[in-house]
Design a protein around this ligand. Structure first.
Ligand code: ADP
Ligand code: MG
Length: 283
């Protein structure tokens, strides 16, 4: 696909995060709907970022949002990606309440498959697993987006990423480097959020400073999913993801062989049908 800016018909804004804003668009020659993400970056590193993004063209997984291309625009870069018509899971639970348990199994399996692809094929970690980076379409696919592919981009917007810290693992808060275990922590928090229909830690919303929030996550006993309300397999899976000591927390292979993952992999869940039942405003 030869992507040219003048072929894109810009549509409605879909949301704004710490790193940029997303609008819907249609690629006129092919009638392909797209999501365009604009990211402000320093002029001096723009070419390097665009070059680093090129490897996304080789990214081809049913659990990762497709990349169509990127180009320089104003004081940043515009990334063009697959449009997921039902949006992200935070939007879905905010409008429709907690995500049903069978669907959470599907989300778990899909995200693990997506992470496996990132680690094994692209050799990158995700670095920003959270409900707003897990997307759904009406065909029933669940895909992850917004992973840290570009080192230059990371360093240029790192300072503005304060909003994302609430999914940050204790070892990262201590200034440790990213490892696969960091993504696992974020996945645990994310699954708990989908099951409860709200951010699970009590530090959100109350006017806690960043410092207070970090020390809360490091020192307090975190809430757990109750196994009178949720399947024990899911509760155990989440509890393992949220083990504070990264050395004791399972890695991706540990989670792939967890009984909850194996059960979720073969469970018959009609995501397409559930997706059709959702009440969501159009983009
Ligand atoms: P954040 O992920 O922190 O919410 P983003 O700027 O990455 O911020 O995205 C803003 C919103 O746009 C997301 O919450 C999501 O609902 C929506 N969005 C992002 N990418 C897509 C996409 N490819 N298809 C559909 N919706 C998307
Ligand atoms: Mg995002």
């Amino acid at each position: 696909l030869d992507l040219r800016e003048e072929d894109l018909v810009i549509g409605r804004p879909m949301g704004e995060g710490a790193g940029g804003s997303v609008v819907k668009a249609v690629h006129r020659p092919t009638q392909t709907p797209m999501a365009l993400k604009f990211i402000r970056v320093d002029h001096s590193i723009r070419q390097r970022i665009l070059k680093e993004l090129q490897i996304l063209h080789e990214c081809n997984s049913p659990n990762i949002v497709s990349f169509y291309g990127a180009y320089p625009k104003d004081n940043g870069v515009q990334m063009c990606m697959e449009f997921m018509d039902l949006g992200s899971f935070d939007r879905i639970y905010r409008q429709n309440g907690p995500i049903p348990v069978p669907v959470i199994g599907r989300v778990t399996f899909s995200v693990l498959q997506g992470l496996k692809y990132l680690y094994e094929e692209l050799r990158v970690m995700h670095r920003d697993i959270k409900p707003s980076n897990i997307l759904l379409n009406s065909v029933g696919f669940i895909k992850i987006c917004d992973f840290g592919i570009s080192k230059a981009m990371d360093s240029s917007i790192a300072n503005t990423f304060v909003g994302t810290t609430s999914y940050m693992s204790p070892e990262r808060m201590n200034g440790g480097s990213y490892t696969v275990k960091t993504d696992i922590w974020s996945l645990g928090l994310t699954l708990m959020e989908l099951a409860l229909g709200r951010y699970p830690l009590r530090c959100e919303g109350e006017s806690m400073s960043l410092f207070e929030m970090l020390s809360y996550i490091k020192t307090e006993n975190l809430p757990q999913l109750s196994d009178t309300e949720f399947p024990p397999g899911l509760c155990d899976f989440v509890a393992k993801c949220l083990i504070k000591d990264p050395a004791k927390r399972p890695d991706l292979n540990g989670l792939l062989s967890h009984s909850y993952t194996r059960e979720s992999a073969v469970a018959k869940v009609n995501i397409e049908q559930w997706a059709a039942s959702l009440e969501l405003p159009d983009f």
